[in-house]
Ligand binder design. Structure first.
Ligand code: SF4
Length: 296
């Protein structure tokens, strides 16, 4: 949609739903950078970009100012920046793009908890609408094994703190994150953490080991036993059975997913359970992606 007039510090990542957003890098890398499964920013040293450089990037989009509706702030966890600094950037964005409707960014639950309620309110009032939070699991043992640096309690506290000031969350769970040994508790506690936070958006993706299984296993604290496809579906089934959501937009359409589910939870829970059951019992007629056979 847009011609991008700025050059990014690669690699650059954004959520699939930000495909038509302007992306502004206000930090480089991830301030945490330790999650066992994540290779997104391992090639980068975390730093905050100079404000003048951020402002220059924003200004390069001035020719498109009336077209810009959404802005995504990169890289890994910009919410780690001071509130004062974030407010200056949000204000600059609002002043530059008169038709701006949404500003979003990646965040960790700990980033959120470290802000006071007043700071979060100020950020919301300045235009921060949506946080993408990779919670990965609601199970403390899985979170610890993944070296996630979060717990069930920090996730609930962080997401609800943002929600209480009107900042929405889009959360992500990793199917297969704990392997075969932790699968059931991962499924049940991931459902529980969503039930207690009722996020606006939720999605699942399937664990992908970008640098190979052995590399991941070396970073996973404990024994990781890989799961075959029917086991991943059973985990999804348990997760879905335990979900009790009022109105969460749910997607499992990331490229890593074999079974695509899209809808609203709780309304579509019976439909999703039926689709998972069909995938398990009759994969030949289920709506599976073409590479599913490798798992059966
Ligand atoms: S906090 Fe997010 S970006 Fe940082 S290492 Fe973990 S998963 Fe990757």
């Amino acid at each position: 949609m847009y011609h991008y007039p700025i050059s990014y510090d690669e690699p650059l990542f954004r959520p699939p739903s930000e495909a038509y957003s302007i992306i502004i890098q206000i930090t480089l890398g991830c301030s945490y950078n330790k999650c066992a499964f994540c290779e997104m920013y391992t090639s980068k040293q975390f730093k905050a970009r100079k404000e003048e450089d951020v402002f220059k990037d924003i200004d390069t989009f001035i020719p498109y100012r009336d077209e810009v509706r959404k802005v995504f702030l990169a890289d890994g966890d910009p919410l780690v920046l001071s509130t004062e600094r974030l407010l200056r950037i949000l204000t600059k964005l609002k002043n530059t793009f008169p038709k701006l409707q949404r500003i979003s960014t990646y965040a960790t639950p700990t980033n959120i908890i470290r802000k006071s309620v007043q700071e979060l309110e100020e950020l919301k009032n300045a235009g921060l609408d949506l946080l993408y939070v990779g919670i990965e699991s609601g199970d403390d043992q899985v979170l610890n094994s993944l070296q996630k640096g979060e717990t069930f309690n920090t996730i609930v506290e962080g997401l609800n703190k943002a929600k209480n000031v009107g900042i929405n969350s889009s959360v992500m769970i990793i199917n297969g994150a704990g392997g075969k040994l932790l699968s059931e508790q991962h499924a049940k506690n991931s459902a529980k953490v969503l039930n207690e936070t009722q996020p606006k958006y939720a999605s699942t993706l399937v664990l992908t080991t970008y640098k190979g299984l052995e590399h991941f296993k070396n970073r996973f604290l404990g024994e990781y036993v890989p799961m075959i496809l029917p086991e991943l579906f059973i985990e999804m089934q348990t997760f879905m059975q335990h979900l009790d959501l009022n109105e969460t937009i749910f997607r499992s359409d990331h490229a890593s997913n074999y079974l695509v589910l899209k809808g609203i939870l709780g309304k579509d829970k019976p439909l999703f359970l039926q689709q998972i059951k069909t995938a398990l019992n009759h994969p030949e007629i289920a709506n599976l992606r073409s590479n599913y056979q490798r798992g059966f």
